[in-house]
Design a protein around this ligand. Sequence first.
Ligand code: ASP
Ligand code: MG
Length: 435
Amino acid sequence: MIVMKFGGSSVADSARIRNVADIVRKSRGKNPAVVVSALGGTTDMLIKIAKLSPKKRHEAEMQKLREKHLKVIRELGIRESVISGELEGLERLTRMVNSLTPKISDHIASFGERMSARIVAGYMSSIGMKAKAFDAYEIGMVTDSNFGFADVLPETYSNVKRSLPRNCIPVITGFIGKDRRGEITTIGRGGSDYTASIIGAAIGAEEIQIWTNVNGIMSADPRIVKSAHNIRDMSYEEESELEFLGSPTLHLKGIIPAVENKITVRILNTLNPGQRGTVITQNIDAGRRVASITHKEKMCIINIYNPGLLFEKNVSGSLSEALQRHKVSAEIISISKSNVMILLNEIQNKDISGVAKELKGMGSVEIKHRLAKVSIVGKSVAAIPGISQRMLSAVRSMPVEATLCSGSKTSQSFIVKERDAKGAVRLLHKEFFGA
Ligand code: ASP
Ligand code: MG
Protein backbone atom coordinates (compact mmCIF):
# COMPACT_ATOMS: atom_id res chain seq x y z
CA MET A 1 0.00 0.00 0.00
CA ILE A 2 1.01 3.61 -0.46
CA VAL A 3 -0.32 6.82 1.07
CA MET A 4 -0.92 9.75 -1.28
CA LYS A 5 -1.45 13.12 0.37
CA PHE A 6 -2.77 16.09 -1.59
CA GLY A 7 -2.47 19.57 -0.08
CA GLY A 8 -4.89 22.49 -0.36
CA SER A 9 -3.47 23.84 -3.61
CA SER A 10 -3.69 20.38 -5.23
CA VAL A 11 -7.44 20.30 -4.57
CA ALA A 12 -8.07 24.04 -4.94
CA ASP A 13 -10.58 23.81 -7.81
CA SER A 14 -12.38 21.37 -10.08
CA ALA A 15 -9.56 21.12 -12.63
CA ARG A 16 -7.07 20.30 -9.89
CA ILE A 17 -9.40 17.68 -8.39
CA ARG A 18 -9.80 15.97 -11.77
CA ASN A 19 -6.04 15.96 -12.01
CA VAL A 20 -5.75 14.39 -8.54
CA ALA A 21 -8.23 11.66 -9.51
CA ASP A 22 -6.14 10.94 -12.59
CA ILE A 23 -2.94 10.69 -10.55
CA VAL A 24 -4.57 8.34 -8.03
CA ARG A 25 -6.06 6.20 -10.78
CA LYS A 26 -2.62 5.65 -12.29
CA SER A 27 -1.43 4.36 -8.92
CA ARG A 28 -4.37 2.08 -8.24
CA GLY A 29 -2.21 -1.01 -8.59
CA LYS A 30 -0.39 0.06 -5.42
CA ASN A 31 -3.53 0.19 -3.26
CA PRO A 32 -3.45 3.85 -2.42
CA ALA A 33 -4.92 5.44 0.68
CA VAL A 34 -5.55 9.11 -0.08
CA VAL A 35 -5.27 11.95 2.45
CA VAL A 36 -6.59 15.39 1.54
CA SER A 37 -6.40 18.92 2.91
CA ALA A 38 -9.27 21.37 2.69
CA LEU A 39 -9.76 23.08 -0.68
CA GLY A 40 -7.03 25.79 -0.83
CA GLY A 41 -7.89 28.81 1.34
CA THR A 42 -10.79 27.12 3.13
CA THR A 43 -9.16 26.69 6.54
CA ASP A 44 -8.30 30.40 6.65
CA MET A 45 -11.93 31.22 5.79
CA LEU A 46 -13.24 28.89 8.48
CA ILE A 47 -10.94 30.33 11.12
CA LYS A 48 -12.09 33.79 10.14
CA ILE A 49 -15.73 32.71 10.45
CA ALA A 50 -14.99 31.21 13.86
CA LYS A 51 -13.51 34.51 15.05
CA LEU A 52 -16.41 36.67 13.90
CA SER A 53 -19.06 37.40 16.45
CA PRO A 54 -22.01 35.02 16.19
CA LYS A 55 -24.36 37.63 14.76
CA LYS A 56 -22.00 38.76 12.06
CA ARG A 57 -20.66 35.31 11.51
CA HIS A 58 -22.75 33.86 8.81
CA GLU A 59 -24.06 35.71 6.01
CA ALA A 60 -21.29 37.08 3.83
CA GLU A 61 -18.52 34.69 4.86
CA MET A 62 -20.68 31.58 4.99
CA GLN A 63 -22.11 32.45 1.61
CA LYS A 64 -18.61 32.71 0.14
CA LEU A 65 -17.62 29.39 1.61
CA ARG A 66 -20.78 27.62 0.46
CA GLU A 67 -20.48 29.06 -3.04
CA LYS A 68 -16.80 28.09 -3.29
CA HIS A 69 -17.61 24.44 -2.59
CA LEU A 70 -20.83 24.26 -4.58
CA LYS A 71 -19.12 25.74 -7.62
CA VAL A 72 -16.51 22.98 -7.54
CA ILE A 73 -19.24 20.38 -7.12
CA ARG A 74 -21.22 21.71 -10.09
CA GLU A 75 -18.14 21.80 -12.27
CA LEU A 76 -17.30 18.23 -11.34
CA GLY A 77 -20.85 17.19 -12.18
CA ILE A 78 -21.51 15.45 -8.86
CA ARG A 79 -24.43 15.78 -6.50
CA GLU A 80 -24.56 18.65 -4.00
CA SER A 81 -25.81 16.21 -1.41
CA VAL A 82 -22.27 14.88 -0.91
CA ILE A 83 -21.61 17.83 1.39
CA SER A 84 -25.11 18.96 2.40
CA GLY A 85 -24.77 17.32 5.82
CA GLU A 86 -21.50 19.20 6.45
CA LEU A 87 -22.83 22.55 5.22
CA GLU A 88 -25.88 22.19 7.48
CA GLY A 89 -23.74 21.11 10.41
CA LEU A 90 -21.43 24.06 9.97
CA GLU A 91 -24.30 26.52 9.74
CA ARG A 92 -26.02 25.10 12.76
CA LEU A 93 -22.81 25.26 14.76
CA THR A 94 -21.95 28.84 13.83
CA ARG A 95 -25.47 29.98 14.67
CA MET A 96 -25.52 28.19 17.97
CA VAL A 97 -22.29 29.18 19.66
CA ASN A 98 -21.97 32.42 21.56
CA SER A 99 -18.38 32.47 22.64
CA LEU A 100 -15.37 31.17 20.83
CA THR A 101 -13.29 28.53 22.56
CA PRO A 102 -10.39 26.59 21.03
CA LYS A 103 -12.69 23.56 21.03
CA ILE A 104 -15.32 25.33 18.93
CA SER A 105 -12.70 26.82 16.66
CA ASP A 106 -11.38 23.29 15.93
CA HIS A 107 -14.88 21.99 15.35
CA ILE A 108 -15.52 24.79 12.83
CA ALA A 109 -12.11 24.33 11.13
CA SER A 110 -12.74 20.58 10.73
CA PHE A 111 -15.44 21.17 8.12
CA GLY A 112 -12.84 22.11 5.48
CA GLU A 113 -11.28 18.66 5.30
CA ARG A 114 -14.63 16.95 5.86
CA MET A 115 -16.03 18.64 2.76
CA SER A 116 -12.96 18.17 0.58
CA ALA A 117 -12.71 14.43 1.34
CA ARG A 118 -16.37 14.00 0.33
CA ILE A 119 -15.97 16.03 -2.84
CA VAL A 120 -12.82 14.19 -3.93
CA ALA A 121 -14.26 10.74 -3.14
CA GLY A 122 -17.57 11.74 -4.75
CA TYR A 123 -15.85 12.73 -7.95
CA MET A 124 -13.68 9.61 -8.04
CA SER A 125 -16.78 7.42 -7.62
CA SER A 126 -18.56 9.33 -10.38
CA ILE A 127 -15.84 8.32 -12.83
CA GLY A 128 -15.94 4.70 -11.80
CA MET A 129 -13.23 4.56 -9.16
CA LYS A 130 -14.14 2.72 -6.00
CA ALA A 131 -13.52 5.55 -3.56
CA LYS A 132 -15.07 6.39 -0.22
CA ALA A 133 -14.62 9.39 2.12
CA PHE A 134 -13.60 8.91 5.74
CA ASP A 135 -13.19 11.35 8.58
CA ALA A 136 -9.82 10.48 10.14
CA TYR A 137 -11.50 9.74 13.48
CA GLU A 138 -13.72 7.14 11.83
CA ILE A 139 -10.61 5.12 11.12
CA GLY A 140 -9.20 5.65 14.59
CA MET A 141 -7.29 8.97 14.71
CA VAL A 142 -7.31 9.76 18.42
CA THR A 143 -5.61 12.83 19.91
CA ASP A 144 -5.20 14.55 23.24
CA SER A 145 -7.45 17.55 24.01
CA ASN A 146 -4.93 20.27 23.22
CA PHE A 147 -7.28 21.97 20.77
CA GLY A 148 -5.51 23.69 17.90
CA PHE A 149 -2.29 21.73 18.37
CA ALA A 150 -3.49 18.30 19.43
CA ASP A 151 -1.03 15.46 19.68
CA VAL A 152 -1.86 12.11 18.21
CA LEU A 153 -2.17 9.36 20.81
CA PRO A 154 -0.38 6.02 20.42
CA GLU A 155 -3.53 3.90 20.10
CA THR A 156 -4.11 5.62 16.76
CA TYR A 157 -1.58 3.34 15.09
CA SER A 158 -3.29 0.08 15.97
CA ASN A 159 -6.73 1.61 15.39
CA VAL A 160 -5.83 2.73 11.88
CA LYS A 161 -4.13 -0.54 11.07
CA ARG A 162 -7.31 -2.37 12.07
CA SER A 163 -9.91 -0.03 10.58
CA LEU A 164 -8.48 1.25 7.32
CA PRO A 165 -10.66 -0.31 4.63
CA ARG A 166 -8.82 -2.35 2.01
CA ASN A 167 -11.66 -2.93 -0.42
CA CYS A 168 -11.86 0.64 -1.75
CA ILE A 169 -9.74 3.75 -2.16
CA PRO A 170 -10.22 5.53 1.16
CA VAL A 171 -10.11 9.33 0.89
CA ILE A 172 -9.28 10.51 4.39
CA THR A 173 -9.42 13.94 5.99
CA GLY A 174 -6.02 15.35 6.95
CA PHE A 175 -5.54 17.72 9.88
CA ILE A 176 -8.31 16.50 12.20
CA GLY A 177 -8.98 13.87 14.86
CA LYS A 178 -11.07 13.37 17.97
CA ASP A 179 -10.01 13.29 21.58
CA ARG A 180 -10.94 10.40 23.88
CA ARG A 181 -14.15 12.18 24.84
CA GLY A 182 -15.17 12.36 21.20
CA GLU A 183 -14.56 16.09 20.64
CA ILE A 184 -13.14 17.08 17.28
CA THR A 185 -9.56 18.38 17.39
CA THR A 186 -7.03 19.75 14.89
CA ILE A 187 -3.33 18.94 14.94
CA GLY A 188 -1.84 22.29 13.86
CA ARG A 189 -1.82 24.25 10.60
CA GLY A 190 -0.39 22.28 7.71
CA GLY A 191 -1.04 19.11 9.69
CA SER A 192 -2.28 16.95 6.82
CA ASP A 193 1.30 15.86 6.10
CA TYR A 194 1.44 14.57 9.64
CA THR A 195 -1.85 12.70 9.18
CA ALA A 196 -0.47 11.07 6.03
CA SER A 197 2.72 10.11 7.79
CA ILE A 198 0.83 8.57 10.71
CA ILE A 199 -1.44 6.56 8.44
CA GLY A 200 1.57 5.41 6.42
CA ALA A 201 3.35 4.31 9.59
CA ALA A 202 0.23 2.59 10.94
CA ILE A 203 -0.28 0.42 7.86
CA GLY A 204 3.43 -0.06 7.13
CA ALA A 205 3.07 1.65 3.76
CA GLU A 206 5.63 1.09 1.06
CA GLU A 207 5.87 4.82 0.49
CA ILE A 208 4.25 8.06 1.65
CA GLN A 209 3.76 10.47 -1.21
CA ILE A 210 3.32 14.16 -0.44
CA TRP A 211 1.87 15.82 -3.54
CA THR A 212 2.47 19.58 -3.64
CA ASN A 213 2.90 22.29 -6.23
CA VAL A 214 6.69 22.21 -6.46
CA ASN A 215 9.04 19.73 -8.13
CA GLY A 216 10.16 18.27 -4.83
CA ILE A 217 12.78 19.82 -2.60
CA MET A 218 15.10 22.29 -4.28
CA SER A 219 18.71 23.39 -3.92
CA ALA A 220 17.34 26.86 -3.06
CA ASP A 221 14.04 28.71 -3.20
CA PRO A 222 13.49 29.07 -6.98
CA ARG A 223 11.97 32.51 -6.37
CA ILE A 224 15.39 33.60 -5.14
CA VAL A 225 17.72 31.50 -7.31
CA LYS A 226 16.49 31.00 -10.87
CA SER A 227 18.89 28.14 -11.53
CA ALA A 228 17.86 26.17 -8.41
CA HIS A 229 17.57 22.45 -9.14
CA ASN A 230 15.58 19.59 -7.74
CA ILE A 231 17.29 17.35 -5.17
CA ARG A 232 16.76 13.72 -6.14
CA ASP A 233 17.55 12.04 -2.84
CA MET A 234 17.73 13.32 0.69
CA SER A 235 18.14 11.80 4.10
CA TYR A 236 15.54 12.34 6.82
CA GLU A 237 18.15 14.29 8.71
CA GLU A 238 18.88 16.66 5.84
CA GLU A 239 15.19 17.21 5.29
CA SER A 240 14.42 18.09 8.90
CA GLU A 241 17.47 20.34 9.16
CA LEU A 242 16.29 22.17 6.05
CA GLU A 243 12.79 22.57 7.51
CA PHE A 244 14.19 24.02 10.69
CA LEU A 245 16.55 26.38 8.91
CA GLY A 246 13.88 28.00 6.81
CA SER A 247 12.52 25.84 3.99
CA PRO A 248 9.31 24.35 5.31
CA THR A 249 8.14 22.01 2.57
CA LEU A 250 6.51 19.72 5.09
CA HIS A 251 4.79 20.12 8.41
CA LEU A 252 7.51 20.13 11.10
CA LYS A 253 6.30 16.91 12.67
CA GLY A 254 5.32 15.66 9.24
CA ILE A 255 7.96 13.05 8.68
CA ILE A 256 8.61 11.87 12.22
CA PRO A 257 6.30 8.82 12.06
CA ALA A 258 7.84 7.94 8.69
CA VAL A 259 11.36 8.25 10.07
CA GLU A 260 10.53 6.11 13.09
CA ASN A 261 9.19 3.40 10.83
CA LYS A 262 11.80 3.84 8.09
CA ILE A 263 9.21 4.55 5.43
CA THR A 264 10.28 6.42 2.30
CA VAL A 265 8.67 9.82 1.80
CA ARG A 266 8.44 11.18 -1.72
CA ILE A 267 7.67 14.83 -2.53
CA LEU A 268 5.90 15.20 -5.87
CA ASN A 269 4.32 17.89 -8.01
CA THR A 270 0.65 17.53 -9.01
CA LEU A 271 1.30 19.88 -11.94
CA ASN A 272 4.17 17.76 -13.16
CA PRO A 273 3.20 14.22 -12.19
CA GLY A 274 5.68 12.43 -14.45
CA GLN A 275 8.61 13.76 -12.43
CA ARG A 276 10.44 11.55 -9.98
CA GLY A 277 10.30 14.20 -7.25
CA THR A 278 12.49 14.10 -4.16
CA VAL A 279 12.89 10.82 -2.32
CA ILE A 280 13.54 11.11 1.41
CA THR A 281 14.93 8.02 3.08
CA GLN A 282 17.07 7.01 5.98
CA ASN A 283 20.26 6.44 4.06
CA ILE A 284 21.37 8.18 0.94
CA ASP A 285 24.23 7.36 -1.32
CA ALA A 286 25.91 10.74 -1.07
CA GLY A 287 29.14 11.25 0.86
CA ARG A 288 29.67 14.68 2.34
CA ARG A 289 27.87 17.26 0.28
CA VAL A 290 26.06 20.57 0.10
CA ALA A 291 22.45 19.78 -0.81
CA SER A 292 20.61 23.05 -0.35
CA ILE A 293 20.99 26.70 0.60
CA THR A 294 18.34 28.33 2.72
CA HIS A 295 17.67 31.30 4.96
CA LYS A 296 15.42 32.28 7.81
CA GLU A 297 14.30 35.85 8.40
CA LYS A 298 13.21 37.72 11.53
CA MET A 299 16.23 36.65 13.51
CA CYS A 300 17.43 38.77 16.41
CA ILE A 301 20.59 38.86 18.47
CA ILE A 302 20.73 39.99 22.08
CA ASN A 303 24.28 40.81 23.12
CA ILE A 304 25.21 41.29 26.75
CA TYR A 305 28.58 42.83 27.59
CA ASN A 306 30.06 42.61 31.02
CA PRO A 307 33.81 42.65 31.54
CA GLY A 308 33.36 40.82 34.83
CA LEU A 309 31.18 38.08 33.39
CA LEU A 310 33.87 35.48 33.89
CA PHE A 311 33.64 36.00 37.64
CA GLU A 312 29.86 35.74 37.94
CA LYS A 313 28.51 32.48 39.23
CA ASN A 314 26.19 30.31 37.17
CA VAL A 315 25.70 32.61 34.17
CA SER A 316 24.03 29.93 32.09
CA GLY A 317 21.63 29.07 34.93
CA SER A 318 20.44 32.65 35.40
CA LEU A 319 20.14 33.08 31.64
CA SER A 320 17.94 30.07 31.13
CA GLU A 321 15.80 31.03 34.11
CA ALA A 322 15.26 34.52 32.68
CA LEU A 323 14.40 33.13 29.25
CA GLN A 324 12.05 30.59 30.73
CA ARG A 325 10.28 33.15 32.88
CA HIS A 326 9.53 35.24 29.80
CA LYS A 327 8.68 32.20 27.67
CA VAL A 328 11.42 33.08 25.21
CA SER A 329 13.14 30.25 23.43
CA ALA A 330 16.62 30.84 22.08
CA GLU A 331 18.16 29.01 19.14
CA ILE A 332 21.72 29.52 20.34
CA ILE A 333 23.23 30.90 23.52
CA SER A 334 26.95 31.44 23.42
CA ILE A 335 28.90 32.55 26.44
CA SER A 336 32.44 33.89 26.30
CA LYS A 337 34.67 35.73 28.74
CA SER A 338 32.89 39.06 28.72
CA ASN A 339 30.01 38.55 26.35
CA VAL A 340 26.82 36.54 25.97
CA MET A 341 25.14 36.22 22.61
CA ILE A 342 21.55 35.00 22.38
CA LEU A 343 20.15 34.21 18.96
CA LEU A 344 16.40 33.94 18.60
CA ASN A 345 13.64 34.06 16.07
CA GLU A 346 11.11 36.86 16.38
CA ILE A 347 8.29 34.97 14.74
CA GLN A 348 8.49 32.38 17.48
CA ASN A 349 9.19 34.97 20.18
CA LYS A 350 6.94 37.90 19.50
CA ASP A 351 7.77 39.99 22.54
CA ILE A 352 11.30 40.08 23.86
CA SER A 353 11.11 43.42 25.66
CA GLY A 354 10.50 41.79 29.05
CA VAL A 355 13.47 39.48 28.90
CA ALA A 356 15.69 42.24 27.46
CA LYS A 357 14.87 44.42 30.46
CA GLU A 358 15.68 41.66 32.88
CA LEU A 359 18.97 40.83 31.17
CA LYS A 360 20.17 44.39 31.81
CA GLY A 361 20.91 43.14 35.29
CA MET A 362 23.73 41.08 33.78
CA GLY A 363 25.51 43.79 31.84
CA SER A 364 24.95 46.27 29.04
CA VAL A 365 22.49 44.94 26.52
CA GLU A 366 22.44 45.54 22.79
CA ILE A 367 19.69 44.17 20.57
CA LYS A 368 19.98 43.74 16.83
CA HIS A 369 16.76 43.16 14.92
CA ARG A 370 16.00 42.34 11.27
CA LEU A 371 18.71 39.79 10.86
CA ALA A 372 18.66 36.58 8.86
CA LYS A 373 20.30 33.24 9.29
CA VAL A 374 21.77 31.88 6.07
CA SER A 375 22.60 28.18 5.99
CA ILE A 376 24.02 25.48 3.84
CA VAL A 377 22.52 22.06 4.50
CA GLY A 378 23.80 18.66 3.50
CA LYS A 379 25.02 15.32 4.74
CA SER A 380 28.09 15.78 7.00
CA VAL A 381 28.52 19.23 5.50
CA ALA A 382 30.31 20.50 8.60
CA ALA A 383 33.03 17.90 8.08
CA ILE A 384 33.98 19.15 4.62
CA PRO A 385 37.47 20.64 5.01
CA GLY A 386 37.51 24.41 4.70
CA ILE A 387 33.73 24.66 4.35
CA SER A 388 33.21 27.72 6.58
CA GLN A 389 36.03 29.64 4.93
CA ARG A 390 34.62 28.87 1.52
CA MET A 391 31.16 29.92 2.64
CA LEU A 392 32.32 33.18 4.20
CA SER A 393 34.60 34.10 1.36
CA ALA A 394 31.72 33.67 -1.08
CA VAL A 395 29.85 36.42 0.79
CA ARG A 396 32.85 38.64 1.55
CA SER A 397 31.11 41.58 -0.14
CA MET A 398 28.59 41.85 2.69
CA PRO A 399 28.97 42.36 6.42
CA VAL A 400 28.51 39.17 8.41
CA GLU A 401 27.03 39.86 11.84
CA ALA A 402 27.98 36.55 13.40
CA THR A 403 29.25 33.15 12.44
CA LEU A 404 27.56 30.29 14.19
CA CYS A 405 28.79 27.08 15.51
CA SER A 406 26.01 24.55 16.02
CA GLY A 407 26.24 20.97 17.11
CA SER A 408 24.70 19.77 13.89
CA LYS A 409 26.91 18.03 11.35
CA THR A 410 24.25 18.64 8.74
CA SER A 411 24.45 22.43 8.45
CA GLN A 412 26.62 25.52 8.67
CA SER A 413 25.15 28.98 9.20
CA PHE A 414 25.98 32.62 9.60
CA ILE A 415 24.01 35.78 10.31
CA VAL A 416 23.61 38.77 8.01
CA LYS A 417 21.25 41.74 7.83
CA GLU A 418 17.86 40.69 6.53
CA ARG A 419 18.26 42.84 3.44
CA ASP A 420 21.44 40.95 2.48
CA ALA A 421 20.02 37.46 2.96
CA LYS A 422 18.71 36.72 -0.53
CA GLY A 423 21.92 38.03 -2.07
CA ALA A 424 23.87 35.73 0.24
CA VAL A 425 21.76 32.74 -0.83
CA ARG A 426 22.48 33.55 -4.48
CA LEU A 427 26.21 33.92 -3.87
CA LEU A 428 26.39 30.62 -2.01
CA HIS A 429 24.37 28.81 -4.66
CA LYS A 430 26.79 30.09 -7.26
CA GLU A 431 29.76 29.07 -5.14
CA PHE A 432 28.57 25.52 -4.51
CA PHE A 433 26.55 24.74 -7.64
CA GLY A 434 28.20 27.00 -10.18
CA ALA A 435 25.07 28.99 -11.06
N1 ASP B 1 -6.15 22.62 5.92
C1 ASP B 1 -5.18 22.71 6.99
C2 ASP B 1 -4.43 24.03 6.88
O1 ASP B 1 -4.69 24.81 6.00
C3 ASP B 1 -4.26 21.53 7.04
C4 ASP B 1 -3.34 21.34 5.87
O2 ASP B 1 -3.51 21.98 4.84
O3 ASP B 1 -2.44 20.51 5.97
O4 ASP B 1 -3.60 24.29 7.71
MG1 MG C 1 1.03 21.86 3.49
